[in-house]
Design a protein around this ligand. Structure first.
Ligand code: GDP
Ligand code: MG
Length: 441
């Protein structure tokens, strides 16, 4: 009986694995989608190759086609790449006055973004901000910042005619200290394309103020060119993050992926319009959906996966209520734990368990162990999983070897399964059994 049940399990979880051909076919379309979204060619190629390796052999969810499954895998990988580390939208601006240097090409939205960000820091974080324009070549640009400053109620450094950018930067630094500002923002001059003079100027300014953040402002509508710009600024000046502007437009925002791939720096904000409050924290999920443009398929796969999970959980509850708990059940439990951030994550969520979570992580009992245990179960045959009593010495040896571990590890796993099974039997017994009670809910 348990053999048959485990067969049902397998059919439920997968209708097969993704073949090389499935993956290749689906990825051809994904590649086109990425290029249409203005992701740079080499970045799109590398990304697709990385996904290809990852996707081949993965299980296909019931009621989903292999192609749809690949799209979902791509979507998740895209989010991973876009995400980067740290809190989105976070800025290092402790230790007042903290300098923020804004760099980028002319017309990318630097001045607008400087003002938007100043407003955000003032309104959300209660910071006192001082802004200054270093764009001495275009007097109108300095005026522009001063006007925006008045609109949003943020101070700008008084304009002194004839000063060099370096002189303005020094004066801003001094004024920020004397005036008790928390943050000062330097809006640098841009050029239509990168040139030596611009870079040298920005470098000088950087060395004078030692910025806490150097934000590269990039027009989200420029696709292929954005890569070159980012590469140049990052190697020459060293940026700490990216702001993508004009994400309110029709563009699909492929520049986001290119920026991440080329600089490795986080995308911190996106500009969503000309208004002063049109600046938002970068959301990888949203941008991933837009770049791929296959939101319907992703939603479909997610729904199917949820349904399967619910069915699995119900089946497992039924089995447990009958006191059945074999290696397939254990594997599902372990996978569930892994998904919830390992034992540490699970404990951390339970009140009063925080300390135990720390002990677990200190002892190294984290994801790695869970993955090893799952690997052991994976190297068992179907029969063995369904009926762990079959596991005699020679089988244990084979399983340990298959998972690159020791027989003692197999023994530990078996002990765990036996304990769980005993517990299930106890709980399942009698009308007042815990599992039965839980099922009635
Ligand atoms: P700068 O030369 O880099 O300083 O660019 P500006 O800040 O002067 O911006 C150039 C133009 O782009 C202005 O008309 C801005 O209003 C506009 N702009 C800036 N950011 C955005 C944005 O996120 N969305 C839209 N639609 N327009 C923007
Ligand atoms: Mg400007």
């Amino acid at each position: 009986l348990s053999e048959r049940l485990s067969g049902v399990f397998d059919r439920l979880t997968k209708q097969g694995a993704l073949s090389d051909e499935d993956v290749k076919t689906a990825l051809r379309e994904v590649r086109v989608a990425l290029l249409e979204a203005d992701v740079s060619l080499p970045v799109a190629r590398d990304f697709v190759n990385a996904v290809q390796e990852k996707a081949t052999g993965q299980a296909v969810t019931k009621s989903i086609t292999p192609g749809q499954q690949v799209v979902k895998i791509v979507h998740d990988a895209l989010i991973d790449v876009l995400k980067g580390e740290g809190e989105p939208g976070a800025l290092k601006i402790d230790n007042a006055p903290a300098p923020i240097l804004m760099v980028g090409l002319q017309g990318s939205g630097k001045t607008t973004t400087t003002a938007k960000l100043a407003k955000r820091l003032k309104d959300r974080d209660g910071k006192r901000v001082l802004m200054a324009s270093l764009d001495v070549n275009r007097p109108a640009a300095m005026e522009q910042l001063a006007i925006l400053g008045m609109q949003i109620g943020v101070d700008t450094l008084p304009i002194v005619k004839g000063e060099t950018p370096v002189q303005i930067a020094k004066r801003t630094k001094t004024q920020a200290s004397l005036g008790g500002y928390d943050v000062y923002m330097l809006d640098t001059a841009g050029r239509l394309s990168i040139d030596e003079e611009l870079m040298a100027q920005v470098e000088q300014v950087r060395d004078i103020v030692s910025p806490r953040e150097t934000l590269l402002v990039v027009d989200g509508l420029t696709g292929q060119d954005a890569v070159q710009t980012a590469e140049n600024f990052n190697t020459r000046i060293g940026i700490s993050g990216v702001v993508l502007t004009r994400m309110d437009g029709d563009g699909r925002g492929g520049a986001a992926l290119s920026m991440r791939a080329v600089t490795g720096k986080p995308i911190k904000f996106v500009g969503l319009g000309e208004k002063m409050d049109a600046l938002e924290t970068f959301e990888p999920e949203r941008v991933a959906g837009r770049i791929l443009g296959m939101g319907d398929i992703v939603a479909l796969v997610e729904k199917a996966q949820e349904t399967i999970e619910a069915e699995q959980a119900e089946r497992m509850m039924k089995r447990m209520a009958k006191g059945m708990f074999n290696m397939n059940d254990l594997k599902m439990q372990l996978e569930q734990m892994l998904k919830m951030g390992g034992m540490q994550g699970m404990m951390g969520m339970m009140p009063g368990m925080g300390k135990m979570a720390k002990q677990i992580s200190d002892a190294g009992l984290d994801d790695k162990i869970l993955k090893q245990q799952i690997a052991l179960i994976n190297s068992m045959t179907k029969k063995e999983r369904a009926n762990p009593a079959l596991l005699q010495a020679s089988r244990k040896k084979r399983i340990a070897k298959g998972a690159g571990m020791e027989v003692s590890d197999v023994n530990k796993l078996m002990k765990m399964q036996r304990q769980m099974s005993d517990m299930m039997k106890k709980m399942g017994k009698g009308k007042g059994g815990m599992m039965k009670a839980a099922m009635k809910q």
